[in-house]
Design a protein around this ligand. Structure first.
Ligand code: FAD
Length: 525
């Protein structure tokens, strides 16, 4: 039983991943009383930094966008954590395949010039494609830079979108088409270097190949490198720490090492969470979880219908991708650059960009002395693993994951021999690791692949599978990156703040009390 005097929060956020932290900050900024419960000792989930054997490794995400002034993370850092340092390295990534290598600069024009310099490159078609890509991405990234343009819409938003209608017109012919079709329409279907570049980029952003990817999402994702993208000094966990600090400065409570195991509705309609350290009560629950993980917390009789719907919703994600990882401490090659940087390695450009054939390598900077022993660097290396295949294998799962990790090592040895030679301590991880540590059912990461088809647009708003229970994270639009999940969290918080505000106003009208000012919702009981 929860004692009658217990705090009733406006919102309980389950999970301090970027979706949960984004929601918590925006809710607290809106005046809500917020409690965040995180099962691990540190925040960030798939975008966290963990310690093993004295070294600090990024668990998954390493290269985060939205860090510049005027963007979500950039503005939060300026306001709540000005001492957090962002390194703006250039080039951001070096793509290496058997045929060519390409330095991906922060400057789009120099990337275009690199393609033009490749012998036999179709210059006019390349220019035309990148001009088109830039214009499509520009109209979509405006929505990321000003998330109030995303659902839920207020009354003024209809007017703002109507005023922008001309900018949306070029998007219409793209709906339901793949990026592969767009490349073909520009005469670029057979220009192999560009295909390899976009396939690699699509795999790490929209989670499928260019031929499969919905063109609008993929063309927007192609701007990933130019949108305030950088390296957070100390590892991506330093950004998660900064967001936790923002929460606490705003009066939210953040309870680390406090796993939530069950959620039930009390008679008065509030939600009661069973946690490792006792029960908590809240008017609203924000679940930074995959839908099936939320389903597992609910009472199977009281919420049978919602549980079935949540499981169905999780299934395409849990049949998409997991990640195989190698975390390493390495001796840097002679003359190695000092800054943090990234290598994207492709062993065979004609084979699928998964299962060790494609490896993303993130290397810490020499300045991050707290992350590795003296003179050493830490590396996070990842590849996609198809979960449907993993599920079919049953008992053979461990052997298959070991095979994928061997393929990763072979790709690293072939494309980045200078780093392969220096590897000293290598820690492997698998989808099982993500399931165990980050609570991702089946180890599913990366959200729903954005495959071509109108289904991609069927749910673009916040998601509330049960009364006063909301999902955030990479299963909810826009999903699929640290920035996108945080933006989704902010939009969900807007919807919740409106609802909480409305219910306060209703209660006050009923009790004959003057209405609360907009944005100020009920505080603790
Ligand atoms: C290998 C890899 C590389 C990536 N690279 C990049 C990149 O370079 N850039 C980028 O932007 N994105 C990248 N991503 C994607 C990015 O990491 C994710 O999109 C994002 O971090 C997902 O955030 P989320 O809010 O959905 O939740 P998660 O990160 O899954 O966070 C959920 C949180 O909830 C906690 N939790 C779970 N169950 C409970 C419970 N019962 N009680 C309390 N807490 C609980 C977990 O511990 C976790 O902290 C990468 C992902 C992976 C896996």
């Amino acid at each position: 039983m929860t004692p009658r005097s217990a705090t009733t929060y406006d919102a309980l956020v389950v999970g301090a991943g970027f979706g949960g932290l984004g929601a918590a900050i925006a809710l607290a900024e809106g005046g809500a009383s917020v409690c965040v419960c995180e099962s691990l000792r540190y925040p960030g989930g798939c975008a966290s930094t963990f310690t093993r054997g004295g070294a600090r490794f990024d668990a998954g995400a390493t290269l985060v966008s939205g860090l510049a002034k005027g963007q979500l993370f950039g503005d939060w850092l300026a306001k709540y954590s000005p001492s957090t340092v962002v390194d703006w390295m250039d080039p951001l990534v070096e793509l290496r395949t058997g045929d060519f290598s390409l330095e991906i600069s922060r400057d789009r024009e120099s990337l275009v010039r690199s393609f033009l310099a490749i012998p036999g490159a179709p210059a006019r078609a390349i220019r035309g494609f990148f001009d088109f890509q830039r214009s499509i991405a520009a109209s979509l990234w405006e929505l990321f830079d000003d998330p109030t343009l995303l659902p839920p819409f207020g009354p003024r938003m209809v007017g703002r979108h109507a005023g922008r209608a001309l900018r949306y017109l070029p998007l219409l012919p793209l709906l339901g088409r793949s990026l592969g079709e767009v490349l073909a329409s520009h005469g670029l279907a057979d220009f192999r270097p560009l295909r390899t570049y976009v396939d690699a980029l699509c795999q790490i952003t929209v989670q499928c190949s260019a031929d499969e990817a919905e063109a609008t999402f993929a063309l927007a994702a192609m701007d990933y490198y130019y949108r305030g993208t950088g390296h957070v000094r100390g590892g991506v966990g330093a950004l998660a720490d900064a967001l936790v600090s923002a929460c606490t400065q705003l009066g939210a409570e953040v309870k680390l090492s406090n796993r939530v195991t069950a959620l039930r509705r009390a008679e008065d309609g509030t939600w009661i969470a069973t946690t490792r350290n006792g029960e908590l009560r809240a008017r609203t629950v924000v679940a930074n979880l995959l839908p099936s993980a939320l389903a597992a917390m609910l009472d199977s009789e009281a919420h049978a219908h919602a549980i079935t719907a949540l499981r169905a919703r999780s299934s395409p994600i849990e049949n998409a991708w997991g990640a195989a990882m190698l975390y390493a401490v390495a001796r840097p090659p002679e003359g190695e650059r000092d800054d943090a940087h990234h290598l994207e390695l492709v062993n065979d450009a004609s084979a699928p960009f998964a299962e060790g054939n494609h490896v993303f390598v993130s290397i810490s900077s020499a300045l991050e002395t707290e992350r590795a022993p003296a003179g050493r660097r830490v590396l996070t290396m990842s590849t996609h693993v198809p979960l449907a295949k993993l599920a079919r294998l049953g008992e053979g799962t461990a052997a298959y994951v070991a095979e994928v990790q061997n393929a990763m090592r072979a790709t690293i040895a072939a494309r980045a021999p200078e780093w392969h030679e220096g590897l000293e301590r290598v820690l492997p991880a698998s989808p099982r690791t993500f399931a165990r540590f980050v609570g991702r059912p089946a180890g599913a990461v990366g959200g729903l692949p954005r495959r071509a088809g109108l289904a991609s647009y069927s749910s673009l708003g916040p998601s509330s599978p049960l009364d006063d229970v909301w999902l955030v994270g990479d299963s909810v639009f826009p999903g699929q990156s640290a920035l996108a999940t945080a933006i989704g969290g902010v939009r969900t918080a807007t919807a919740i703040t409106r609802r909480l505000g409305a219910s306060v106003s209703r209660a006050e009208a009923r009790d004959g009390v003057a209405s609360a000012p907009v944005g100020v919702v009920a505080t603790r009981a």
